[in-house]
Design a protein around this ligand. Structure first.
Ligand SMILES: Nc1ncnc2c1ncn2[C@@H]1O[C@H](COP(=O)(O)OP(=O)(O)OP(=O)(O)O)[C@@H](O)[C@H]1O
Ligand SMILES: [Mg+2]
Length: 452
């Protein structure tokens, strides 16, 4: 192989170094000028996708409130802003590309021109010039590749940095290094001076203390926003209390591993979250290895089987995003079936049957009554019978426990609970159609009071 040095001429080499420097300088300038602007573009993209998701997710609201034109024009306006922000960035990089190309072409022309002059003086041979042009073309190819890589990286940087920000987030709820793995608990629960607040003026739960015996049913009642859902979300550690502690079978929740704690708790949420998957997959969330017989049995107990089998694809029916292809009552029944499959010793029912008609609710109530046997059950209730049968009623108001006791004690106290009851806060028991004569007199009175 002929040594490259043989062909070296420092003047020609200088031209190539000049080419490399100009590439580096142009790239650096383009990046500096456009970095901030691209950040703004990425933020706007994010805003648009959030906004579009919001609009599509609430398409019925948009239609019924005749917001279509307004939403479309606000999306259009956001897109205009993206274009306005993106244009200078693209312009900057287009100019860079032109400059890079110009530098390459000028370098080749300069090599020829300088080569010709040097050849005239006898300093380089034609072979040298051709070799240099070959080097230069190779170098240009590489530099252009490099510049393409840098610009690609540049446009990805902002989304990449968002991605890394998420990866770097530390979860607020973490297992302690020596966390205890709870086995199946008995379900004795104590809240001891528990306080928790979102970043708002008033704590959502304030100095809450109570004790739930294993297997008992605790009803939480109180006006809307009183902190019922929040108090129970502390039990499965959606959040940790800022003060006080919660124990299960005497173990501070913070000392238990999160997975083992949550395996012990079934929740039917106020908003029954369903996945965009088949009904079967949604139910299997409760028990991943459940066989079809178990699933059907749970669905039957939750009064879901008949509506599911009425669908063309049965259990394979795809549930739309957030369960929107199902009625509110159907969603609740699936959520109940899912909780039944989980078969955990602690059960949380947050308005679990509020979207059901009387007759369906009455039938599910029987299954729920069976389900709650032997489990510590927390129920945020709207039915009179549920509160009446509870072993302990906790009355919350503005995050505070204002009264606690059994139904008759609280009615006799004449406090907030009695007031809520007389205002018709608790609906009379749901009844099956063929069961009308069995309603209690008391319920009739309350129902009448509430309808007046
Ligand atoms: N994720 C949240 N971020 C900020 N504030 C919240 C959040 N969730 C609830 N809150 C606030 O905490 C308070 C208690 O809410 P919570 O949902 O526990 O009430 P609730 O008693 O379950 O009411 P409802 O009967 O309407 O379901 C309310 O003032 C509510 O606005
Ligand atoms: Mg609630």
């Amino acid at each position: 192989m002929v040594p490259v040095a043989m062909y070296m001429n420092w003047k020609l080499a200088l031209l190539m170094i000049g080419l490399m420097i100009s590439f580096a300088v142009f790239n650096a300038i383009a990046m500096r000028r456009t970095h901030k602007a691209q950040g703004v573009v990425e933020e706007l993209h994010h805003e648009i996708s959030t906004r579009a998701g919001d609009v599509f997710g609430n398409v019925l609201v948009v239609q019924s409130f005749t917001r279509l034109a307004a939403e479309v024009s606000s999306l259009k306006e956001m897109m205009q802003r993206v274009l306005a922000a993106q244009y200078p960035v693209l312009k900057g990089w287009a100019i860079l590309s032109v400059l890079n190309r110009a530098a390459s072409t000028l370098t080749i022309v300069a090599i020829f021109a300088l080569g010709a002059t040097l050849n005239g003086k006898g300093e380089v041979s034609v072979g040298n010039i051709v070799t240099f042009v070959g080097f230069a073309l190779m170098l240009i190819g590489r530099l252009e590749q490099f510049s393409g890589f840098i610009s690609g990286l540049f446009f990805q940087t902002h989304s990449l940095s968002d991605f890394f920000k998420v990866l770097d987030l530390h979860p607020a709820i973490l297992d302690k290094p020596d966390a205890i793995d709870l086995q199946k608990v008995r379900g004795e629960i104590a809240f001891e001076h528990v306080t928790f607040g979102f970043e708002t003026e008033r704590d959502a739960v304030s100095d809450l203390s109570f004790r739930a015996r294993a297997g008992s049913t605790i009803a939480l009642v109180g006006p809307t926003g009183a902190g019922k859902t929040t108090a129970l979300s502390l039990l499965y550690r959606a959040y940790d209390p800022q003060q006080g502690r919660i124990t299960v079978d005497g173990v501070d929740l913070r000392d238990a591993s999160l997975v083992s704690l949550r395996q012990n708790i079934s929740v039917v949420f106020q908003d029954p979250g369903l996945f965009y998957r088949s009904i079967l997959d949604n139910l299997r969330v409760g028990k991943p290895d459940a066989d079809i017989e178990e699933i059907v049995a749970a669905a039957q107990a939750a009064e879901a089987h008949s509506f599911v089998s009425g669908k063309v694809e049965g259990y394979e029916t795809l549930v739309a995003e957030r369960g929107r292809s199902l009625s509110g009552g159907e969603r609740q029944r699936l959520a109940i079936a899912r909780a039944m499959l989980k078969d955990a010793p602690i059960l949380i029912l947050d308005e679990a049957t509020s979207a059901l008609d009387n007759s369906t609710e009455a039938r599910i109530q029987r299954a729920l009554n069976k389900l709650t046997k032997g489990r510590t059950t927390f129920v945020i209730a709207h039915r009179l019978s549920t509160v009446r049968n509870a072993d302990l009623i906790l009355v919350l108001n503005e995050g505070r426990l204002v009264e606690q006791g059994r139904y008759h004690e609280l009615v006799a106290q004449g406090g907030l609970f009695a007031e809520l009851a007389s205002q018709g806060q608790f609906a009379p028991d749901a009844i099956e159609e063929d069961d009308v004569e069995s309603i209690g007199v008391e319920d009739h009175e309350l129902a009448r009071a509430s309808s007046q």
